[in-house]
Every structure is written in C-alpha cells, then in structure tokens.
Design a protein around this ligand. Structure first.
Ligand code: GPW
Length: 832
C-alpha cells in the first residue's frame, strides 16, 4: 500500500496537528520520490518522515541565518575534523517538541515512531570522544541561541563498521550515504577554490603569492541543527571536494584514456573518501594533511565572505573589526592550518601587512587541547608541508622566527627552553612542524577539557609558555547534551525525574537535578527508579541477544566498558579482572558460588585498523566470552560479552541499561572522558581512577557513590621509574590471571605479545607503561566492594539516584556558556 492510499498528501508546511503532519509525510513519499510510489515500508516511511521534519528545520534555519545577518553579532566558528552526530530524527522532533505529533501521525500509517527512527543510519563522521563532544557542543550552541556554526568534512564513508570474525575485528566501509542523507542540503551557491602544491611567486614590489599546482573546489552541504525549544537552528557546514568540467580532459577521454582524462576528479574524490585515512604510508599522511587544509581553507574563505556579506563597507577593509565579529575555535590541532591560512588570506589576498594580519589572527583563533599523550601530539614533516603548502610553510617559518626573537629579546631567562618551545623542530633526522606549539604561540587562548587535564597542561606540557603568557591558559570541563543523553535515550527515567522535580525544565537547566537528593531515601522513588532501570536493562539484553546471540540475565549486575580500545584506557585490566573472577568461580564450591553477585561484563569499542595490541584485546574479550558463557558451572554468575560495532545509537541503548561503568585509565592519561558523564547522568555508578573528569564527577556525586581505586596522577612517573629499576613486586592475583590466559584456557590464539606488554621491560621497551600491574590489586578490591554494595538493593538504588542528582555540572550547556563568555566573547542572539 502506498502512503497516499492511507493518507491524502498535503504539501502545506507541516503544522503540529497529526493529521496535517501525516498529509505532509504522504506528500514527501509521493513528491520527493526516491522510491516507487507503490510501497511504503518502514524505510520509505523513515525518509518521508525525515523530509517532513526537515521542512520545520529549514524554516528555522533560514530565519536564524537572516536574523544573524541583520543583527551582525560576533559569531563563533567551531572547526573540527570530526562530528559524531549519530541519528537525527528522534533528536530533531524532540528538540522541536513535536515528538507526540509525529508519533500520532505515523500511527495513521500503522507505524511506531521508535521503529521508524531505528531505520536511520548513524552519521559517524568521527572516531570517538572528540567527535561526539563537537556534536554535543552544536546542540548546546543552538539551544543557547548562540551565533555559532560548526565546520567539518563530508566524508563519503564514516568510521568503519566493526565485524567480529574468527580472527577478531574486521573493518567494513560504513556507507552512511547509501541512498542519501535526508538532513543535508547541498549548497551549489557556496563553492570555494582550494589549491594544493604549486610554488610561491614574488612580484616586483616584493609581494609573495601562491600559484600553480592543482585547484579543486570545496562545495558546502548544510546540516541544520535545531536547538531545544527555541526558534534558532544553526548550521553544521560540511565540505565536499569536487573538480569542474574544465578539469575533465575531453580530448583524452575521446582518445580512450578514461582514467587520465578524469584524474583531478578522482583526486577530488579521495579527499573526502574516508574519515582518518591510514597514515602508515607517506601517501596516507599526505592525504590526511590535504583533508586538514581543505577544511581550514574552505571554512576561512567562507567566514571572510560572511564577514563582508553582513556589512557592505567591509569589502574595503576594516580588518581590525574582524576579531570583534569572528571567533574561530580549533578542536585539537587537526585544524591548526587555520592559522597560516588566515594569515595568507589576510596578507596575500586582502593586502594586510604582517603585523596587522598577525594581530587579527591572534585575536581570532583559540585552541582546545584534548590529550597529553606524546604520540597523539601532531607533528608534520616540514618536507611534506613545503611540497603541499609552500606559502604556508613560509608563514610558519616566519612565525617560528618571530617567536624566537621575541623570547630572546624579552625573556633572557627562557633562552635554554627555546628549542623545545619552538614551532619548528629542525632535528636533522626528521625536521617537523609541531602543531600544538603553533597553536599555543598563535592562539589567544588555550584550554584543557577537565580540571586535572588543564592543570597538567599548565604544570607540564605547556609550563614554559605559562611563564610567558600566564593568562592564556584556561580550563573548560567537557559536557554532554542532556537532551540526547537522558531525555531522549532514556524516556522512562526522564519521566520519573520530571515527575519528582515537578518540572521538565531540567532538560535545559541540568543543575535542577540536585532537587532529587532530598528524595534519595524515598521508597516510592526507589521502586519507580528500579523499575525504569529494569526496563532499560531488558532493552539492552534484547540488543545483546540480537547482535551476539548471547542471552544475558537482567537480574545480574550490568557492568559496562564502552570506548575506543586503547592500552591507556586499560580494557586489558578489565578483562584480566574477569578472567580472575572466572578462575575463582571455578575453584569455588557450588554452595559458595550461590553467594556471589551475578555479573554480566560487557565491553565494546573499535580498535584503529593498524593498532595491533588493541585488536588483540578485542580478540581476547571475545575468546574469554566464548569459554565463560558456555561453561555451565559458572555462567549463571558470570557472562562476558563483546558488543560489536559500538557507535552512538548503540550507546543510546547501552548507557540507560548499565549499572556499573568502568573508566579505569591510568591516572593522567585520559584528558576528560565524556561517556563517564553520560553513565552517571543515567544513574549508573562508576568504578574508576582519579583521571580526567572522573575527579570532578566524584566530587559532584559524592565519594560514597563512586568506586575509586588506583594510583594518582602525581605518582605515575615515580612508579614507572621504580618499575624500570626492578622495584615492582607484582601481586600474586595479577600473575595468576595472566598465567591462566597463557595456559591456553581461552583457546590457541597466541596472547604472548599482548601479555608481555604487561611485563618488565618488554612492551616496546617501556614495560607495562600504563601500570596495569600496579593498579590491578586495588582494582580487584574495588570490584569486591561493588559486589557487596550490589547485594544491598536499597543502598544501590540510592547510589544510582545520587549519581543522576549530581550530574548537573556535566551539561554541555554549562561548558558552552563558559566558552561563550570566557573565550569567544559572544552572546545569545535568539530569533524573535
Ligand atoms: F588526540 N580525544 C579523542 F587529543 O577522542 F586529539 N580523539 C582524539 O584524537 C584526541 C582526543 C586527541 C578525546 C580524549 O581522549 C578524551 O579524554 C576527551 O574526553 C575527548 O577527546 C573530548 O575532549
């Protein structure tokens, strides 16, 4: 049956009346025809519904654009190589407060909104925390009516899909644009030229200019981002790379040379083909650098265009006004090229001198650091930069030179530090550009993403710069959007919160959650709270059964660790703990087993395709699960499940259903973490180290409602030294767990290299760098405290309530409000 057979099509802009909405959905099914008009299955229903919702979004998006144009406020542009948007339908109708109307409309076709929303593919244009943070920020910017936009790349294939095969993780291209995305609007009127390679020309008057090489086009796709219960909708502008008809060599094509005829077209396609191309090869590195420059150049050309568009007289200059109208935030160092690109555009295109251009650039750009791990700090080969971006390399050299001169002339005492503070590292083996140093030198503000992390930046990584620019450094503790991460993903718990707080205002004022504290011992609340948790656990159990075939018991303790697989995040410690638990269960009498708290340990996350040890960890979790889950002696008390293909929409099912979540990185290594905030908000108790935002979460929810263990950040360096000096005495439980795996208890796969990374000095010459051995005993002890606490149902539910009640601080609305006031200097600009 077609949509029109059920409901008469109506082109009129959808109102909030379910019949009118149904008519509009039917209209889209007929007149935005991507499918045969005869069928109206769930997939067609999704696309027609999304297009109908898009009508609402576009109205707001246009109104907001015009309003910003008219009022000309200072605007923020968030530059990020990653956005992890996930699905958009539930969020869009939720933010527009038309969920009920759309649910009723879909019923007229015999569909449930939830099922139709499940048809949507995740937009996974990011790897993990950094990308998801950018997406939460967009939601908060729109909700706070801030004049701000996001810029990113429109990757053809997002983060790979993970499949678990016999050999472990396999990566498959994630085809999120298969068919099409109903949320993006291609903007054929927004196109900028982007040059690569070429050379620098010097005109007779000494002016330098980049010329030659190859020129591609950046084409804009706009994704409207609605705020929660506001008329504002902002833009996520994603760039795609294209080549023109002029680049197509018709002569060659007619001569049968099809490939060389379309060479530039195929090179354009490579730019946005995938998120994070493998960078083990020189080609891969070059492609990644091209991507970064592509984002920066297209975005800055667009920003300058809009600066001029908003006031006609700006065409002739007024550049000193630029920083009072534009703020550019660089999400980590990935968009660092925004610095030399803005300098180039101002000097070579707009005709400013160095000092003027530098003043404008410095007042415009700011940098967020997301890691202190040395291997994650970007360094680009000077040779590659010179070849791809010769004019930018000149500008970077000049920045480096002037920085050195400034230090030498104003800070004699710092002379010895200059080499490590410089932008250029000229070591003859491999001369590189240090992107983080460039950001610190050129930006007006540098921020970390949690108190502890920002302190480490100030005291260690960037300490020398602090003595030069004491006011440049700030903290902005990360946050998450309470819309997606409680209101929409956990409707059962949301209703309870609203009922007890007697308002749903917490959705945009999360501090109101503290109002739950006074009911923390209320038995009625306890009963409702536990029932909501059980409902979410059942939904989670169904997901696990669907994707793994493993049946898990909703009455067992649901213990979850989901995040990218990385040695510093220590999934290996988690699985060693599960192995130790399994061994003890096996050794126990049947009578003793009955006293054990039944647990389901779930681990999910993707390993970077070339990160061997991370892939071994994935394999180990799967192998342990295969043995434990089929062991009839113990599988009532322990199950171990690897959740495949962890992504945003999987998180939306897992987080509400979890009771204990693991954030167990080596102290000082996890800059912040953000899923820790999502779990806590959903009434899940954390077992964790004093790392990243865990420190602040524990402060907010109370130390009795957090299972703490492990070394502190300031002990780590000393512990590593001790270890090198042979002063470390491993706990027998640690040895026992490793030995059990080595014995082949979990199959024939060779785990020797993985386990050896935890020994003495064998792991890449830095044996057990992440201190699994040191923290293991206190981890096991903390897990034993968890088991005891869970036996006392009342105590556990109270801990759960107090976690939710203490999560108000971690709203990204708070974070973005602080960025707006303390870094960007922008204020709300609501559409009247
Ligand atoms: F290396 N983060 C991430 F710092 O997800 F750039 N990807 C990255 O490439 C980097 C950091 C980078 C994460 C941090 O690991 C996490 O601790 C933090 O919560 C998150 O960024 C958002 O700030």
């Amino acid at each position: 049956m077609s949509a029109a057979d059920k409901v008469k099509p109506a082109a009129s802009p959808a109102s909030e009346d379910p019949s009118a909405i149904a008519g509009n959905i039917s209209y889209h099914a007929q007149y935005s025809p991507h499918f045969s008009p005869l069928a109206f299955g769930p997939e067609q229903a999704f696309y027609a519904t999304a297009e109908s919702v898009r009508d609402h979004l576009l109205q707001r998006w246009n109104d907001t654009y015009l309003h910003f144009h008219k009022t000309d406020p200072k605007q923020t542009y968030y530059l990020s190589m990653e956005y992890l948007q996930g699905r958009a339908l539930t969020n869009a109708v939720g933010n527009l407060a038309i969920t009920g109307a759309y649910a009723d409309a879909l019923k007229k076709f015999g569909y449930e909104l939830e099922a139709i929303a499940g048809q949507e593919r995740d937009a996974a244009l990011g790897n993990g925390g950094l990308g998801r943070l950018a997406s939460c920020f967009l939601d908060s910017m729109a909700t706070l009516n801030l004049p701000s936009w996001g810029y990113g790349l429109r990757y053809r294939y997002g983060l790979f899909k993970q499949r678990i095969a016999k050999e472990g993780q396999e990566e498959i291209a994630e085809d999120w644009l298969d068919k099409f995305s109903p949320w993006e609007i291609v903007r054929h009127d927004v196109v900028y030229p982007i040059r690569f390679f070429g050379h620098v020309e010097i005109s007779p008057d000494g002016k330098r200019k980049w010329a030659g090489g190859e020129v591609l086009n950046a084409l804009a796709y706009d994704v409207p981002i609605p705020g929660y219960k506001t008329k504002n909708a902002i833009s996520l502008r994603l760039w795609d790379a294209t080549a023109t008809a002029e680049d197509f060599n018709l002569f060659q094509f007619n001569d049968g040379q099809y490939e060389s005829a379309a060479q530039l077209h195929s090179r354009a396609q490579q730019i946005c083909a995938v998120l994070y191309p493998g960078d083990a090869t020189e080609e891969g590195k070059l492609l990644r650098l091209k991507q970064q420059y592509f984002l920066c150049s297209a975005s800055l050309q667009d920003i300058i265009f809009r600066f001029k568009e908003r006031k006609a007289d700006r065409v002739s200059g007024k550049w000193s006004e630029f920083p009072s109208k534009v703020a550019v935030q660089m999400n980590d160092t990935h968009p660092t090229l925004a610095i030399p690109e803005l300098m180039r555009l101002l000097m070579d295109v707009e005709g400013l001198g160095w000092d003027e251009a530098w003043a404008v650039t410095n007042k415009t750009v700011a940098y967020t650091n997301h890691t202190v791990l040395p291997e994650a700090l970007e360094k680009w080969s000077q040779a590659v930069m010179k070849k791809l971006l010769p004019r930018h390399m000149e500008i970077i050299e000049e920045i480096d030179k002037r920085f050195r001169e400034m230090v030498i002339s104003t800070r004699k005492d710092m002379e010895g530090k200059i080499e490590s503070m410089r932008v250029l590292d000229n070591n003859p083996e491999k001369p590189v550009v240090r992107m983080a140093n460039l950001c610190v030198v050129a930006g007006h503000t540098v921020n970390g993403v949690a108190e502890l992390h920002s302190n480490i930046l100030k005291q260690e990584l960037f300490a020398d710069y602090v003595s030069i620019w004491p006011n440049k450094f700030q903290n902005k503790t990360n946050g998450i959007t309470p819309r997606r991460w409680l209101r929409f993903c956990n409707p059962e718990l949301s209703e309870i919160v609203t009922k007890w707080l007697k308002t749903d205002q917490w959705t945009s004022n999360l501090d109101l959650l503290t109002g739950l504290r006074k009911f923390a011992d209320d038995e009625k609340l306890h009963a409702e709270w536990a029932a909501a948790k059980l409902a979410s656990k059942k939904r989670l159990a169904k997901h696990v059964l669907d994707v793994t075939g493993v049946t898990i018991d909703p009455d067992s303790l649901f213990d979850i660790q989901i995040k990218r697989i990385h040695e510093y995040k220590r999934q290996l410690m988690n699985i060693l703990g599960a192995v130790y638990r399994y061994k003890k269960l096996k050794e126990m009498s049947a009578a003793d087993r009955q006293k054990v708290t039944p647990r389901t340990v779930m681990v999910g996350g993707k390993a970077f395709a070339t990160y061997t040890n991370a892939k071994r960890i994935v394999k180990l979790v799967n192998d342990v699960g295969a043995v434990v889950n089929n062991d009839a002696d113990v599988n009532k008390y322990l199950k171990v499940v690897f959740i495949p293909n962890y992504n945003v929409s999987v998180a939306e099912v897992l987080i509400p259903g979890s009771e204990l979540s693991q954030h167990i990185s080596t102290a000082g290594m996890e800059a912040s973490g953000t899923s820790n905030m999502k779990f806590s908000l959903n009434g899940c108790v954390i077992i964790g180290t004093l790392d990243g935002a865990n420190v602040e979460i524990r402060e907010e929810v109370g130390q009795d409602n957090f299972f703490l263990f492990g070394a502190k950040a300031d002990q780590v360096a000393g512990l590593r030294k001790d270890r090198e000096n042979g002063l470390f005495k491993p706990d027998p439980r640690f040895e026992e767990a490793k030995q059990f795996i080595r014995s082949g208890a979990f199959g024939t796969y060779d785990y020797t290299p993985l386990l050896d990374s935890l020994e003495g000095n064998t792991g890449f010459g830095r044996g057990d760098y992440f201190l699994v051995g040191y923290d293991f005993p206190s981890y096991i002890d903390a897990q034993a405290r968890v088991d005891e606490a869970y036996k006392d149902k009342k105590k556990w539910v109270k801990m759960s309530i107090l976690n939710t009640a203490g999560s108000g601080k971690f709203s990204s609305d708070r974070t973005i409000d602080q960025y707006a006031k303390e870094i960007w200097g922008i204020s709300a600009c609501p559409v009247p």
